[in-house]
Design a protein around this ligand. Structure first.
Ligand code: ADP
Ligand code: MG
Length: 344
C-alpha cells in the first residue's frame, strides 16, 4: 500500500525557523497570519500592523481556493465547473480565464513540459489520495485525455472548452497566482515589507524592516528539516518544486507528483528540487514545475535562451546548480554535504 506524504508544514517550519530565529537575527515589528488553504500551510507576514490587509488577503486566498481547484468534483468554482462540463463550452470568470490563457502560453513556451491537463494522470496515480502504480495500459489510456491543445479558449466570449475527456488541475500555478494577488493587495494597502508563503511558493515585498534582505531557506530534499542553503532576496518570487513534496513509496521507489506529460509518469531525471527566482510569481510557479520535468540539461539551455529568471537546481547526487546572479545571494549550509556549481 502506498501513502502520500505532505511536506508543506515541514517546509514552512523550515522557513519559519529561519525567519524567526533567522541566523541569529530577531524579527521585531511584524504581524503574522497563518492559515491552511489551497491544500497547504500559508504564512502572511507584514511589517507593522494592518489587520484589514491581512484579513482581505486571507479572504481572497479562500475565494481563489474555491475558484481554482478543479479537484472537487462537486465544486462550485470555475475550474470544477469546467471539469464537469463534459466537453461543453463554459463561460469562465476573468481571473480563471487569465490563468487558463497564461497556462496555454506557458505550455507553448516550455515545449509542453508544463501542462495543466495532466489531471487525469494525477488522479490515476492517486496523488492527493492513497498512491498507486498504474499499469502501462492505464497510463496509455489516461494519456489520450492529456494535452494542452485540448483546452480551447475563446477570449472574446471568455469561454473554455475541454475536448477528448480532458480535465484541468491548476495545482502547479494556483499558489503562485495567489501569492501574486496577495502581493497586489498588500501593495495597495501601502505595505512595504512583507513575506507571503504558500507552501513553498514565496513572495517577498521589499526588505526586512531593518533593511536587510529576506532570508529564505531552500529545503534539503533528503531531510526537509534541514536546508541546502539560504537565499537572500528582495521584491521577488521564490518558488520551489520538489520530488519530496508529495509522493508515495512502493518497492523502495519513490513516486512523486510532478508528471512528465509525455511519459505519463513522475519526471525521473536526477533532479530532486528546482527553485525559480523571478519577479512574476505565476511564471515562477509554472517554471519550477516545468524545469523539474525538463531535467538537468534542458533547463540550463532554456534559461540561456529565455532569461528573466534565476534558478537553483538540486540533483540527487547532491550537486547544486546555480545561475551566476545567485552566486552572492545563495549561501550553502555548512556541513550540508551539497556542492555548488555555477552554470554559465
Ligand atoms: P506544489 O503543488 O507542491 O507546489 P508544483 O507547483 O510543482 O508543486 O505543482 C505540482 C502539481 O501540479 C501536481 O500536484 C499536479 O497537481 C500538477 N502537475 C503535475 N505535473 C504537472 C505538469 N507537468 N504541468 C503542470 N501541472 C502539473
Ligand atoms: Mg509550480
Amino acid at each position: 500500500m502506498g501513502y502520500v506524504k505532505r511536506i508543506g508544514p515541514v517546509l514552512l517550519t523550515v522557513c519559519l525557523t529561519l525567519l524567526l530565529n533567522g541566523c541569529g537575527e530577531t524579527d521585531d515589528g511584524y504581524t503574522d497570519k497563518q492559515l491552511f488553504a489551497m491544500d497547504t500551510y500559508v504564512l502572511l507576514r507584514i511589517g507593522g500592523e494592518n489587520t484589514a490587509a491581512l484579513e482581505t488577503a486571507a479572504e481572497k486566498i479562500g475565494m481563489l481556493e474555491t475558484e481554482l481547484t478543479g479537484r472537487d468534483a462537486d465544486g462550485t468554482g470555475g475550474a470544477a465547473r469546467l471539469n464537469a462540463s463534459g466537453g461543453q463550452e463554459v463561460a469562465v470568470g476573468e481571473e480563471l480565464f487569465g490563468l487558463l490563457e497564461a497556462s496555454a502560453a506557458y505550455s507553448e513556451q516550455t515545449g509542453g513540459a508544463f501542462d495543466i491537463t495532466t489531471y487525469p494522470l494525477t488522479k490515476l496515480w492517486g496523488f492527493g489520495t492513497a498512491g498507486r502504480i498504474p499499469d502501462d495500459a492505464e497510463i496509455a489510456e489516461a494519456l489520450t485525455q492529456v494535452g494542452y491543445q485540448k483546452l480551447r479558449l475563446d477570449p472574446e466570449r471568455r469561454t473554455a472548452v475541454l475536448t477528448d475527456g480532458a480535465q484541468i488541475d491548476l495545482g502547479a500555478i494556483a499558489k503562485g497566482y495567489a501569492a501574486e494577488t496577495v502581493c497586489g493587495i498588500f501593495t495597495d494597502y501601502g505595505i512595504e515589507s512583507a513575506l507571503i508563503n504558500l507552501g513553498g511558493n514565496i513572495f517577498v515585498i521589499g526588505s526586512k524592516l531593518d533593511g536587510s534582505p529576506w532570508r529564505i531557506g531552500v529545503a534539503d530534499p533528503e531531510d526537509t528539516r534541514e536546508t541546502v542553503g539560504v537565499l537572500s532576496a528582495r521584491d521577488t518570487a521564490v518558488v520551489t518544486s520538489g520530488s519530496y513534496q508529495r509522493y508515495f513509496e512502493q518497492g523502495g521507489t519513490r513516486y512523486h507528483h510532478i508528471l512528465d506529460p509525455v511519459t505519463g509518469r513522475p519526471a525521473d531525471n536526477g533532479l530532486v528540487s528546482v527553485t525559480v527566482i523571478c519577479d512574476d510569481a505565476v511564471w515562477a510557479d509554472a517554471l519550477s514545475t516545468a524545469l523539474f520535468v525538463m531535467g538537468e540539461e534542458k533547463p540550463v539551455g532554456f534559461w540561456r535562451e529565455t532569461g528573466g529568471f534565476e534558478m537553483i537546481l538540486i540533483r540527487d547526487d547532491r550537486q547544486v546548480l546555480l545561475t551566476p546572479a545567485l552566486e552572492d545571494s545563495f549561501e550553502i549550509t555548512a556541513g550540508s554535504g551539497y556542492r555548488v556549481e555555477v552554470v554559465s
